[in-house]
Design a protein around this ligand. Sequence first.
Ligand code: HEC
Length: 112
Amino acid sequence: MKLKAIGAFAALVTLLTSTSVFAAGDASRGQAFYATCGACHGANAEGMEALNAPALAGQEEWYVVRQLQNFKKGIRGGAGDVYGMQMAPMAMILPDDQAMEDVAAYIKSLGK
Ligand code: HEC
């Protein structure tokens, strides 16, 4: 009985430490980062077809963060991914996951 409880606790600790827990995104901090993004995605994240940059306004924060991580890790934007290669260096200007959360919160707020 006691062993089972310890096992469950250990599993929970593993789960919590393997999942990165970040503070919720801060849209006002994200706005500063977005200044660069707006050059391609539009000042209000409405998208710019001429630059192949999609609209982002209102997009779910978890999706934006995951795509930014994918660009940063090279999962998107590798050889042969012509448009992704234009975006990948942009993900690099976001120093950490908190910055991604912040810019995602700002993008989400633009959809209102
Ligand atoms: C040089 C132009 C350019 C800049 C600047 C730029 N992007 Fe992009 N972005 C693109 C292009 C082009 C794509 C489309 C890539 C593709 O087709 O796979 C894209 C795609 C994305 C996507 C994926 C959208 C989806 O639905 O999968 C996200 C998220 C994104 N950009 C966020 C940002 C953020 C945040 C910034 C600022 C840090 C930024 N972009 C700056 C050109 C740019």
